[in-house]
Ligand binder design. Structure first.
Ligand code: ADP
Length: 148
């Protein structure tokens, strides 16, 4: 018996799980993609947020509410590119592969967002290599609960 409480055991375990262990596949489009095509993709891929790139590097994020806000404003969904409505760098909150999943969950809570792009830095630019969502955290929570 180590003398550790089960809570500190769980927290130790969560801190040791890395983003790279639990990340899922990101849905990524170029900035020039129309709002219409991006909305269709969001349904087809069954995701709540899409990551946007320019020349292959992360430039923005769009979520369900971004689409709703702009659709309600009467924007022409076929004419407007996603780059016009996205949340833009440097305001994107992200994690890298080596971050702990606890750190990722803290960012989701602190910034009140549903997902984080997982990035790899390439000379001050960021390649999108995954995503962490609230579902990722919930799935992990269930696994930890079952195993202990
Ligand atoms: P929803 O629109 O479904 O509520 P979010 O809560 O994730 O989804 O998004 C809320 C707002 O935060 C949107 O304007 C979105 O563009 C922005 N956002 C989402 N994810 C991020 C992120 N990782 N970094 C910065 N802003 C984000």
């Amino acid at each position: 018996y180590t003398g550790k409480t089960s809570l500190s055991y769980i927290s130790e375990k969560i801190k040791n799980i890395k983003v790279s262990d639990v990340k899922s596949v990101p849905i990524v489009v170029d900035e020039s993609t129309s709002l219409y095509d991006a909305i269709v993709l969001m349904f087809l891929e069954d995701v709540g947020s899409i990551y946007v790139t320019s020349k292959g590097f992360l430039s923005g994020v769009v979520s369900r509410k971004d689409f709703l806000r702009n659709a309600m404003g009467g924007m022409d969904l076929n004419k407007v590119p996603i780059g016009m409505i996205m949340t833009r760098m440097p305001n994107i909150v992200y994690v890298d592969l080596e971050d702990s999943v606890l750190n990722a969950a803290v960012k989701l809570i602190d910034h009140e967002i549903d997902s984080l792009p997982v990035v790899e830095e390439d000379e001050k630019n960021y390649k999108v290599v995954g995503r962490i969502t609230k579902t990722t955290i919930t799935r992990l929570f269930v696994e930890l609960g079952k195993n202990d």
